[in-house]
Design a protein around this ligand. Sequence first.
Ligand SMILES: C[S@@+](CC[C@H](N)C(=O)[O-])C[C@H]1O[C@@H](n2cnc3c(N)ncnc32)[C@H](O)[C@@H]1O
Length: 318
Amino acid sequence: MESALKLDVGRARPDLRFAYSRPGLVTFKSVDAIAVDDAPGSVFARVWGRSIGPARSPEDAVHQLALVGADRLHVYPRDPESVTDLAPWHAALGVGLPGVAAGPATDGELVADVIVSASADEPAWLGLHRQDANHVAAPGALIAVDVPADAPSRAYAKIEEAIAWAGLPVRTGDVALEIGAAPGGAVMALAKRGVEVFGVDTGELAPNVRAMKGVHHLPIKVGALRWEQLPKRVDWLLVDVNLAPQVALHEVGRLMPKLAPTLVGAVFTLKLNDVSFVAELPVLAQRIAGFGFQSVRMRHLPSNRKEVCAVAMMRQRA
Ligand SMILES: C[S@@+](CC[C@H](N)C(=O)[O-])C[C@H]1O[C@@H](n2cnc3c(N)ncnc32)[C@H](O)[C@@H]1O
């Protein structure tokens, strides 16, 4: 998604100039100093922070980071799909920066990022960011999801990542409606959490998902879905339909008057047919907010391909 990221940063942060990139790492130059709590310039950035620069060795990283006063240390591969040996970096930094813990960051902590290449010939890149609601707590924003072997689609990981990233208060006994539910990865994840799920899709749910407690299939197109077919209470709306976002949102708009009184929140997977589409993300966020949601946040999650996740909250839960 690097080209989408560059377009998005170009739109949202004209003060930044593209500088250097390797797969998984993109850097920009700025005339002004960048603060450690600089707000992410794109929904496609997994981690966003101020660059310190390259470190030629673990000892060099210790030397450079000893002075920055970090509370937390995040060591992670530049390219998560590569086989990267992090052990020498963890070992040297663990000894060289005593008291700077690894593991998920808590809000307000100053996090030192050590971005390691799979190739020993390439330096690691060092950066700093302040942990806040714009940053995923896990090192490298790599949200760990255990996808069961019998999950029928990667959407199992998508919904779990959305719940973890946005801290969604999904509870046993909740009711969810998913538009574009087949073959049922997300339905499975929610049913495992004790949620009753109504899946709208002309396609079939996988038999193992269909057989789960609290799973219902409405085998129709969303355009044919009538208010009377919806359950009395819907806490969560999921939209993961293979339709252009404006078309999908049009259908959602038709259902919203019925859903809004009980809805807690919604998770939209917005399909991006080509990267130029990033220019429309603010318009889509506004359109979603126009349904009466209090907040709309977007992010390209690790399991998203050419799509972006938008989480919208209708009301707070105690
Ligand atoms: C990416 S898949 C959904 C994956 C699913 N969320 C899961 O967890 O496995 C998109 C789905 O949208 C469905 N779809 C496309 N157009 C639709 C429409 N007009 N109404 C309902 N479903 C539709 C397709 O049949 C397809 O199953």
